[in-house]
Write a protein that binds this ligand. Structure first.
Ligand code: KMH
Ligand code: ZN
Length: 301
């Protein structure tokens, strides 16, 4: 695949934002599948999926909630499916891993470590929360660790690898790159390493451009030509890091999982809007938007 091509991943709903924060956050299986197909039609080659309880929108990893979403997407699009193993920070490892174990997706997300995952700052911005669980998720993050120990990561790697699933290796800090190197040295994960560098999550590395430069420099030193990197930043930093990654020859991730906005103070009306904006930025910087076939070629799928 030519280096000019850039893969857009779209994370359509996630488990961080909650229904009271935006009327545009997909909740039901139909809404999530439609958002995914819309994002794919706008240029996203990879769709990152979570599921939610259709009644109150709380994050839910039940395979029976993922099934109709997957069937609907596969009927309408050849996009690459990336199912979460992060789920929501309040879930057990078993819960988080179940959909990947059942559906054996082409790609699964993998958080390269345990960390504080601060969501409580959003309580200042979103005062009117419809459901009690929304408050519990956000306030609870003040004293909750997202757990992915070396033993947990090994378990996810071995469970998914048996299914031929490859990983979106999520690095929220420089240390996560060394953790990846550890598992690569042990042969538990194979190149090309699809490294998703993540900025601006409270508890992870901050959304400063120098941090992106440093993460790429260290990944270069650790993995040489065995890695390809993508980038996303939370909230208001989203499109700045699309631009920065595009300039560095990297790939990008957008979606309402990572930011509810399309511009400062303006809510995105759907995921496709963010994909279209990212595609425009990429093209303006001389990149071409990769197709699902390109993504499969690059990731060895
Ligand atoms: N929510 C993002 C910050 C996962 O699903 O495994 C990272 C994420 C985690 O997407
Ligand atoms: Zn996710």
């Amino acid at each position: 695949m030519s280096a000019r091509k850039a893969i857009i991943t779209c994370a359509v709903t996630g488990a961080i934002h909650t229904p009271s924060m935006s009327p545009h956050l997909p909740i039901t299986a139909e809404e999530i599948a439609d958002a995914a197909v819309g994002a794919a039609e706008a240029g996203a080659a990879i769709i990152h999926l979570h599921a939610r309880n259709p009644r109150d929108g709380r994050p839910d990893q039940s395979p029976e909630l993922f099934r109709p979403i997957l069937e609907s997407i596969k009927r309408r699009s050849d996009c690459v499916i990336n199912i979460t193993t992060g789920g929501a920070p309040s879930m057990t490892l078993e819960e988080r891993l179940k959909p990947c174990a059942v559906f054996k997706p082409e790609v699964a997300s993998l958080n390269m470590g345990s960390m504080n995952f601060g969501l409580f700052e959003m309580l200042k911005r979103y005062k009117m929360l419809k459901y009690e669980w929304e408050h519990t998720l956000l306030e609870g993050s003040r004293d909750r660790v997202f757990k992915n120990t070396f033993k947990d990561i090994e378990y996810i790697l071995t469970t998914c690898a048996e299914n031929g699933t490859r990983f979106e290796i999520e690095c929220y800090d420089v240390g996560h790159l060394y953790t990846l190197a550890h598992f690569a040295d042990r042969g538990l994960v194979q190149p090309p390493f699809w490294i998703q560098t993540i900025f601006g999550i409270l508890g992870g590395i901050g959304a400063d451009q120098d941090n992106l430069a440093h993460m790429v420099t260290i990944a270069d030193r650790l993995f040489g030509s065995d890695f390809v990197f993508s980038t996303f930043a939370a909230g208001r930093h989203q499109m700045d890091f699309v631009t920065a990654s595009a300039l560095r020859g990297g790939h990008v991730r957008v979606g309402l999982e990572d930011s509810l906005m399309i511009a400062r103070g303006t809510f995105a009306t759907d995921n496709a809007q963010q994909v279209t904006k990212a595609a425009t930025i990429l093209r303006e910087l001389g990149r071409t938007v990769a197709t699902p076939a390109d993504a499969r070629e690059l990731l060895g799928l």
